[in-house]
Design a protein around this ligand. Structure first.
Ligand code: GAL
Length: 668
């Protein structure tokens, strides 16, 4: 499954250690068959100890050391953490909170992305690095910055926001109209009156807030592309990326950003230990979806992952034996070009001194390091490399340019995931609290549990070829997206839309005349009222399923009623359009009910699980070469004639089953 371009390694911070430790690290990396190390992420104060004075000597030795050990470098630009001299010289370049408090130096991300001095200093250090290292033989990939995603509300941002708004809206009247500014007397007479959405007396304007998130995303993207272009100006064929951090609080539109990177790279830190397999599947399917929609063929990279623990509500839950390899391989099966971790060696001091690492404080004689060595051997064997270590002269190929689906086959079922929709929900004062990404993940998890191969797709994705498309809580739906969904059904697709979809336009203005606004005709339903449920309560539907969180009062003038509320009103409906169907789910469903509904829709659409009838906790992922099995349970299982040991992963090469038939019938 992996190709000989597999990335396996971690963030390595040699600047935190005396040089004899570097030699130990390099030897240990070789032992673990590491193929790449991310260096320089937070090294600005070492690389440029005073303005314009560089010290590259130590990084020369680091890169030379990697190369002489046959290990590639993922070289970061250090701009996520400006040195103290910078903020002292440019206090205006520090980030300012919503309440006007300017943050001080002392952590990381202490900058405003729109501050001219910060941008100039970032460009300078990125260019200096490019000039020095562009042709270094260890270099595999440029890693610009680290996890773009900071917020700022300062005067630099205010100025840049006004320019951005002019470009977006054209005239102040158009902006007032888009922001429904007559509400609470917010009509602006001039651009200069507009501020970032800073702390105010009571509720802010949702459209203002949403435009600000879009603006921050574009500001950070401009900062990224500036550095990328500076690197490519020195070496046009340089491969450049940045590591995406996932989460609803991040004002970064990853689908859009994916077009600007050479390899989509994500950091993923699941929030619960038990949730690791499902959350990893979701993040991986989303990364693959961004990559495919941006024209990268579904190839992506897990750039950061925690080796030994999961931070669950402030408690570091230890990953049990076997989990390191199993979850790494589960990402690779889903299209990752490898598995990279944060970090290689655990820090002695500093804010993250208790963060897990492949080489922990006790040293390499640990269970975890032994697992890291085993994983390295397994990845090397799987990609077909000779058992001898990579030689220093071997040029490691970059994992792009492969045909779509080379890494992993795409699914028959897709789940729509629009991060800007999450921003819209987050900016709005809805009739009940709504966790957009949580709802999307719930629907994805139900399909994952049932064993379907799922793609998580952004609105820009091509939808032909999917038998089933699930659109959960797409509160903000542009006209274009509404047409895309309509076309999908008219061309024979099977659509499942949930409550709180199609409600507002791109400016968060409600689509009038009955919900779900943009999709009313397609679904054949008309919602008059929302009726959200208090936590812990449920309504039993006429098929015995439980509705939770949200219910609605609707009629179904153009659709057949599939399931009803206790008083006979429609709850779940279905409308046929030729061979296509459009289902509407007007309520929240618990996991069992969600699974039951989806299994029925998928079966009717001709979709099937990768391997039907797998026990709960056993996962099958189809790749271009066969099928991978993952046993996330503590018991062994007999699958397809093989004994799958507890907590392990196994490849069934050239295994096809159901997918041989469907390959012939795709698209629908
Ligand atoms: C990531 C970050 C790393 C490190 C890690 C700890 O989000 O990029 O630098 O802080 O979290 O989990």
């Amino acid at each position: 499954m992996p190709t000989n371009s597999t990335f396996y390694g971690a963030d390595w911070n040699p600047e935190q250690w005396p040089e004899p430790v570097w030699a130990q690290d390099l030897a240990l990396m070789r032992e673990a068959r590491v193929t790449a190390a991310t260096v320089g992420v937070f090294s600005w104060s070492r690389l440029e100890p005073s303005p314009g004075a560089y010290d590259f000597g130590w990084l020369d030795r680091v890169l030379d050391g990697l190369h002489s050990h046959g290990i590639g470098a993922v070289l970061a630009t250090p701009t996520a953490s400006p040195p103290p001299w910078f903020t002292r010289a440019h206090p205006d370049a520090l980030a300012t909170r919503r309440d006007g408090v300017r943050l001080v130096h002392g952590s990381r991300d202490t900058y405003c992305v729109n501050a001219p001095a910060y941008r100039a200093a970032s460009l300078r250090i990125a260019t200096a690095l490019a000039v020095r290292y562009a042709r270094h033989p260890a270099l595999r990939l440029w890693h610009v910055h680290n996890e773009y995603g900071t917020w700022c509300f300062c005067d630099h941002c205010a100025r840049a926001f006004r320019t951005w708004l002019r470009e977006r809206h054209g005239t102040i009247d158009a902006l007032n109209d888009a922001w429904t500014a007559d509400f609470w007397s917010q009509c602006h007479g001039d651009w200069s009156e507009i501020l970032p959405p800073r702390a105010t007396q009571y509720l802010g304007n949702p459209a203002h807030e949403l435009d600000y998130r879009r603006f921050l995303s574009d500001s950070m993207l401009a900062a990224y592309t500036e550095q990328r272009d500076a690197i490519k100006a020195v070496v046009p064929d340089a491969q450049v990326t940045t590591n995406f951090v996932l989460g609803g609080w991040v004002p970064v539109d990853h689908a859009r950003w994916s077009r600007e990177v050479d390899l989509v790279a994500i950091d993923h830190y699941p929030s619960t230990l038990d949730g690791v397999p499902a959350q990893s599947a979701f993040a991986a399917d989303a990364a693959r979806g961004w990559s495919a929609a941006a024209g990268h063929g579904g190839r992506w990279l897990l750039m950061e992952h925690a080796p030994g623990h999961v931070a669950e509500q402030g408690i570091q839950r230890r990953k049990p034996p076997g989990m390191l390899a199993r979850i790494a391989l589960a990402h690779v099966a889903r299209g990752s070009a490898g598995a990279m971790y944060f970090q290689w060696r655990a820090s002695r001091g500093g804010a993250e001194q208790w963060h897990t690492a492949l080489v922990a404080h006790p040293g390499p004689a640990t269970r975890l390091f032994a697992e890291a060595v085993a994983l390295g051997n397994r990845l090397a064997a799987t990609e077909g490399r000779a058992p001898s270590d990579r030689s220093a002269d071997e040029k490691v190929p970059f994992p792009t340019g492969e045909p779509a689906g080379a890494a992993t086959a795409c699914g028959e079922v897709a789940v729509w995931f629009d991060e800007t929709c999450g921003w819209a929900v987050g900016a709005s004062h809805l009739p009940a609290p709504v966790d957009y990404q949580g709802i999307v993940e719930d629907w994805h998890r139900a399909l994952w549990r049932l064993g379907y191969q799922v793609d998580v797709v952004p609105p820009s994705a091509a939808l032909d070829g999917y038998r089933v498309l699930v659109v959960p809580a797409a509160y903000l739906l542009t006209d274009e997206s509404a047409h895309t969904l309509e076309r999908y059904v008219r061309e024979g697709g099977h659509l499942v839309v949930t409550y709180l979809s199609g409600i507002v336009d791109e400016h968060l203005r409600v689509r009038l005349g009955g919900y779900p606004g943009a999709l009313r005709d397609l679904l054949g339903v008309h919602v008059d009222e929302f009726d959200p449920l208090p936590p812990g309560t449920a309504v039993t539907l006429d098929n015995g399923d439980r509705a939770t969180a949200w219910t609605e009062h609707l009629t179904a003038p153009g659709a057949a009623v599939h399931v009803s509320y206790p008083d006979g009103r429609p709850a779940i409906t279905r409308r046929e359009h030729g061979t296509g169907t459009a289902h509407y789910v007007s309520c929240g469903l618990d996991e069992t009910a969600t699974a039951r509904l989806l299994d029925g829709v998928c079966a009717a659409a001709g979709a099937a699980p990768v391997l039907p009838g797998l026990p709960d906790g056993v996962e099958a992922v189809r790749t271009a070469d066969g099928v991978w099995l993952f046993n996330h349970t503590g018991e062994s299982h007999d699958i397809a004639g093989r004994a799958l040991q507890p907590g392990t992963a196994m490849e069934l090469p050239a295994f096809s089953g159901h997918f041989t038939e469907i390959a012939a019938t795709r698209p629908r």
